[in-house]
Design a protein around this ligand. Sequence first.
Ligand SMILES: Cc1cc2nc3c(=O)[nH]c(=O)nc-3n(C[C@H](O)[C@H](O)[C@H](O)COP(=O)(O)OP(=O)(O)OC[C@H]3O[C@@H](n4cnc5c(N)ncnc54)[C@H](O)[C@@H]3O)c2cc1C
Ligand SMILES: NC(=O)c1ccc[n+]([C@@H]2O[C@H](COP(=O)([O-])OP(=O)(O)OC[C@H]3O[C@@H](n4cnc5c(N)ncnc54)[C@H](O)[C@@H]3O)[C@@H](O)[C@H]2O)c1
Length: 453
Amino acid sequence: MTKTIKPHYDNLIIGFGKGGKTLTAWLAKRGEQVALVEKSDKMYGGACINVACIPTKALIKKAEEKMPYQKAYGLKNELTSFLRELNYDNIEKLPAATVITGEASFVSPNEVLVKMLRNKEEKRITANRIFINTGSQPFVPPIPGIDSAKNVYTSISLLEQSELPEKLVIIGGGFIGLEFADMFAKFGAEVTVLDSADEFLPKEDEDVADEVHKVLTGKRISIVTAADVQRVENTDGDQVRVEYKDKTGETVFLQASALLVATGRKPMTEELNLEAAGIKTNKRGYIEVDASLKTNVPHIWAIGDINGGPQFTYISLDDFRIIRDQLSGADYTSVEQRNQVASSVFITPPLAHIGLREREALEKGYEIKVARLPASSVVRARIEGDTHGLLKTVVDKKTNKILGCTLFCTGANEMINTIQVAINCGLDYQMVRDTIYTHPSMTEAFNDLYALI
Ligand SMILES: Cc1cc2nc3c(=O)[nH]c(=O)nc-3n(C[C@H](O)[C@H](O)[C@H](O)COP(=O)(O)OP(=O)(O)OC[C@H]3O[C@@H](n4cnc5c(N)ncnc54)[C@H](O)[C@@H]3O)c2cc1C
Ligand SMILES: NC(=O)c1ccc[n+]([C@@H]2O[C@H](COP(=O)([O-])OP(=O)(O)OC[C@H]3O[C@@H](n4cnc5c(N)ncnc54)[C@H](O)[C@@H]3O)[C@@H](O)[C@H]2O)c1
């Protein structure tokens, strides 16, 4: 049974994202009254669970197991439904917390109007503290025809398709573009990635980017850099035709059954009526916050993607920790205290990274030692049946501290967390080199990698 909605709460959280839901539970367990407003009944638990991290990684796993796409699609939906319900129940079962399903917009700095999803009724709610956790959404560049052509998708709408596209073109070769390219190629689609950047993976060192390029192009994925997409339209048979100019300025046409646009994200602020609360946004439209994640309005905070920080679920969770410590008088109260954070692109094998790359360390003037190890030299990689890739690390010559590490190998997304702990605890590289790891594991490759320093 849903709870009665009150006109006033101690805390109002707008958006069921990772940080917001964790904060809701924490506050409610302390006995504070909390309302959590979520506009969609398909989004309890936020983007990660419903349309982002979890469904994509579930599909990637099934693609690696060579499961047919339609079956994997069904299992993905079962998993997201299960998690959605669990997330709703985990909040709603707390006596001091209420989930309100409706769209929130500000009326004044302390008052929010909620348009209820079920009966379109409008409720006005005031609160002492307000936390905005409304996330981000796909950004679609203004390419002629892109809004009107059929079979053009974002990551969200492509995940709703039960049929595998035979031929897929992807605009954007970042996190989403590469994860979807690799996943759909594993399911059997023919994939082309068009990216506007001059280089493939421009942030990575050349040796790493080359290795990733070699592995991806080895699986029916074509990668085009410096692609200037001009137009998108349909053929008579509803195929998508993409026109782009290549590096040399020559016009090229591609035809596909589906087009995915994966060119970054934009903030989910349109419906919030931020002006009514006097909340400032930055040039990119994200809510401006200080190091304690407070907006310019003293009782309003912004958590997760919406505050313009790195767009990862674990950052949204860490935003929660920063606010939790402010409210409880504990120590971790500022993003400036945040340790180094790793990231992982979930292609096969995964590409994980933390800290400085070789080029970045040199640009910053460090004297460095660099070690590289082919993944094929790790016995666990042979057991896993995936010997592609390489492991690379950068160490400060003067201090013996690890400056950075890039792992492109099976298990990289787990292994990078060990290096994260080593860096954040200030361990010398010799400690990582000489630790006794379980055998046979991918992590024991660090014995060999750091022995090369
Ligand atoms: C395809 C894809 C894959 C990804 N994979 C990963 C990954 O593997 N690992 C990782 O760490 N990150 C990943 N990310 C990024 C990650 O999903 C986001 O950084 C994270 O979900 C952001 O969470 P959040 O807390 O900001 O809010 P969100 O989870 O985005 O939640 C915001 C919620 O607010 C609701 N809302 C919006 N406006 C209103 C309103 N006016 N009123 C009421 N409710 C509102 C929305 O419906 C939504 O449910 C991925 C993203 C995408 C798109
Ligand atoms: N594994 C993960 O943790 C994970 C997975 C998916 C998404 N995410 C998060 O979501 C965010 C958004 O992902 P994304 O892939 O949309 O953004 P992104 O910023 O990672 O990549 C966007 C890519 O699109 C290209 N691009 C932009 N405009 C273009 C155009 N007009 N034509 C061709 N190429 C163009 C850019 O050069 C870039 O390579 C990521 O930055 C990340 O924070 C994380």
